[in-house]
Write a protein that binds this ligand. Structure first.
Ligand SMILES: NC(=O)c1ccc[n+]([C@@H]2O[C@H](COP(=O)([O-])OP(=O)(O)OC[C@H]3O[C@@H](n4cnc5c(N)ncnc54)[C@H](OP(=O)(O)O)[C@@H]3O)[C@@H](O)[C@H]2O)c1
Length: 385
């Protein structure tokens, strides 16, 4: 009965085409006078700002969620990316993103742990009626510290949901993802808890991160998924070949490419001498971020820069625009601590090139051997189930 209510994939594609056509008729970035700011500390910003208008729909039927075509990953503002600017600066930047039309903001319980959700809540809860803050459960966090274990038992999900709602200062979570698969709790049992939380109004939708195509099918059958969030960029294209993107397409599930700039590497701002902060940057634990790997993989950045040079694009914009043209049910979530980078990233929506031009770039990059795997052995064990 519920399933009948959902749009068929064909219906969804037709609708998406119509939306796409209407979007094509209007500029994706437009100069617009800012809407009245909700918060009083905004009076110093300029009256005219580039606002993104392109939107994308993740999921179908009752699972559907429409958000800005580019989202914002909040994680790196105070976790794992070395820099932690002053809290006020972070809040101001998040408001700048809202002003520029970004309506999807991504955080997780484990980021911080907890502090990232608190930051997102403080900055974004005043806008809760016009944006979506998504968060993730799964990693066990006890007394503010991670244990390295997974815990998606029903009572834990319920407890984590309550805690996230409190930290985010919202009444309902727009999308609650399972961050990593829990080998001790079946995905059907997780889906059951999710369906109850939806009924109770605590969450609106759910998603999964870094799971196999088989798990996506089982989960979606048990309770319709809105989106899958997995790593996807020029240096990590597994989802193209392991059935994940094919399954999303077939079932009408959205896709969120995370770390779309490969944790900053594809921007060209990282080199073999870059120092990562000891206690606040997981890049130093990743095989692709050793000085040797960085030196070798810089050839990939050179190709992005080469492609962008004659087209007026930075390497970051090439990386993001490539993802954006893949499918209209994909919404990358780059993170930044800088207004200049936010504006640069949003500008990636301005560029559109032929499939042939992109294929040529893909072929050049595919010919470059990538040095170092994306995760260390421990992190790798937690993905692909
Ligand atoms: N589901 C999961 O398991 C998972 C895992 C990892 C991440 N995520 C999500 O994905 C989001 C983004 O991931 P991420 O932070 O790992 O990687 P990312 O978005 O690929 O890269 C972020 C890094 O790139 C830099 N950057 C951003 N724009 C730039 C630009 N225009 N020019 C130069 N540098 C730029 C940022 O530094 P500046 O501050 O200097 O701009 C930051 O250090 C996270 O916030 C999180 O929400 C999810």
């Amino acid at each position: 009965m519920e399933e009948k209510k959902q749009l068929s994939r064909r219906g969804f594609l037709k609708t998406a085409t119509l939306i796409g056509a209407s979007l094509a008729a209007q500029p994706i970035l437009s100069k617009a006078v800012k809407t009245q700011n909700i918060l009083s500390d905004k009076s110093t910003t300029s009256a005219s700002t580039n606002v993104i208008t392109a939107q994308r729909t993740l999921g179908v039927g009752k699972a559907a969620m429409t958000v800005s075509a580019l989202g914002f990953g909040v994680m790196g503002m105070n976790y794992n990316r070395s820099q932690s600017p002053d809290r006020k600066q972070c809040i101001k930047l998040l408001h700048e993103a809202v002003d520029r039309g970004v309506t999807l903001f991504d955080t997780a319980i484990v980021y911080g742990p907890l502090h990232n959700e608190e930051l997102a809540g403080e900055a974004l809860s005043p806008y809760k009626d016009k944006i979506a803050i998504t968060t993730k459960f799964g990693h066990e966090v006890i007394n503010g510290k991670t244990t390295g274990r997974q815990d998606s038992r029903p009572a834990t999900i319920r407890q984590y949901c309550e805690d996230s709602l409190r930290r985010l200062k919202i009444d309902t979570i727009e999308m609650f993802y399972q961050h990593r698969f829990d080998p001790n709790t079946s995905i059907e049992e997780v889906a059951q808890t999710i369906s109850e939380l939806v009924k109770e109004g605590k969450i609106k939708r759910w998603g999964l991160c870094e799971v196999s195509a088989e798990t996506i099918r089982r989960a979606h059958k048990a309770y319709p998924l809105t989106a899958i969030q997995s790593e996807y960029h020029f240096m990590h294209r597994d989802v193209e070949n392991n059935g994940v993107l094919d399954t999303c397409k077939e079932l009408g599930i959205g896709f969120i490419p995370y770390s779309p700039i490969n944790r900053g590497f594809l921007s060209g701002c990282i080199n073999e001498y870059t120092v990562f902060e000891n206690n606040n940057d997981n890049r130093q634990t990743l095989p692709r971020f050793t000085p040797e790997a960085i030196r070798a993989n810089t050839r990939i950045v050179n190709e992005l820069q080469h492609f962008g040079r004659t087209r007026g694009m930075t390497a970051t914009q090439v990386a993001l625009a490539w993802l954006l043209q893949k499918e209209d049910w994909m919404v990358p979530i780059p993170g930044t601590t800088k207004l200049s980078h936010l504006e640069e990233n949003l500008r990636a929506l301005d560029f559109s090139y032929s499939a042939e031009e992109w294929r040529e770039l893909e072929n050049k990059i595919a010919a470059i051997p990538i040095v170092g795997s994306r995760y260390n052995a421990e992190q790798q064990k937690q993905v692909g189930h």
